[in-house]
Design a protein around this ligand. Structure first.
Ligand SMILES: N[C@@H](CCC(=O)N[C@@H](CS)C(=O)NCC(=O)O)C(=O)O
Length: 215
């Protein structure tokens, strides 16, 4: 049987780790978790024991590392074709790939200004113009996907899949930084937040020891 180990950062803060973990859960993977606290003197050396890029997440499959969240997503979709990680419809799948790639390579202002922190809530938090532009583009994506492909469920393409895993950290950021949303986007955020994998991750994050490196 193939063995899987998922290398993660702190669940409170590591947005890329959340993506990889959600995908592993959605794929139904039987895996062991290794959580490496970030921003400590030993962090890089510890991650390098598992992942040549020195970043988390990394999924180690029978001793072979897969060291990027998008590569993990594609590998799991390949290994578990019955799990619907990408949508079945060809056009929906193209769009799912586009919006996932857009998240993977973009939205730097939002990522920088609104870093993931599940332990905090900032009511009335103000954002600059670049971050606002990112928020608006993300909301356009969510509205378009929900209207065009989301009819079969509560998520971007109906059932929970790779695109949702990639936007899940954004959902937590919108909650943390009190971003005001329209009805469609608010409902999407509520569905993601209520998803059992997200609840499980949030509970594990709440149980983590305090990390003064992030104060
Ligand atoms: N493109 C990578 C980005 C991964 C990434 O930047 N991860 C951050 C944590 S969220 C990291 O490992 N940082 C290393 C460190 O803080 O030492 C992916 O998609 O997996």
């Amino acid at each position: 049987m193939t063995s899987y180990t998922l290398i993660l950062g702190n669940k409170t803060y590591s947005s890329w780790s959340l993506r990889g973990w959600l995908l592993a859960r959605q794929a139904g993977l039987d895996f062991t978790e290794v959580v490496i606290p970030l921003r400590r003197p030993e962090t890089r050396a510890e991650i390098l024991k598992h992942s040549p890029a020195g970043k988390v997440p990394a999924l180690v499959e029978d001793g072979q590392p897969i060291w990027d969240s998008l590569a993990i997503a594609e590998t799991l979709a390949e290994r578990f074709p019955g799990k619907g990680l990408w949508p079945g419809d060809a056009r929906a799948r193209q769009v799912a790939r586009c919006v996932t790639a857009e998240m993977h390579s973009g939205f730097a202002p939002l990522r920088q200004a609104l870093s993931m922190d599940l332990s905090k809530h900032y009511p009335g938090h103000a954002v600059g113009a670049e971050v606002q532009a990112d928020i608006e583009r993300i909301c356009d994506i969510w509205r378009d996907c929900r209207a065009s492909f989301g009819g079969g469920g509560d998520f971007l393409f109906g059932d929970f899949g790779i695109a949702d895993a990639f936007y899940a950290p954004v959902v937590t950021r919108f909650r943390t930084y009190d971003v005001k949303l329209d009805g469609v986007c608010e409902a999407y955020c509520a569905a993601v937040t209520a998803h059992p994998w997200m609840q499980e991750w949030a509970a594990a994050a709440a149980a983590e020891p305090r990390a003064p490196e992030f104060d």
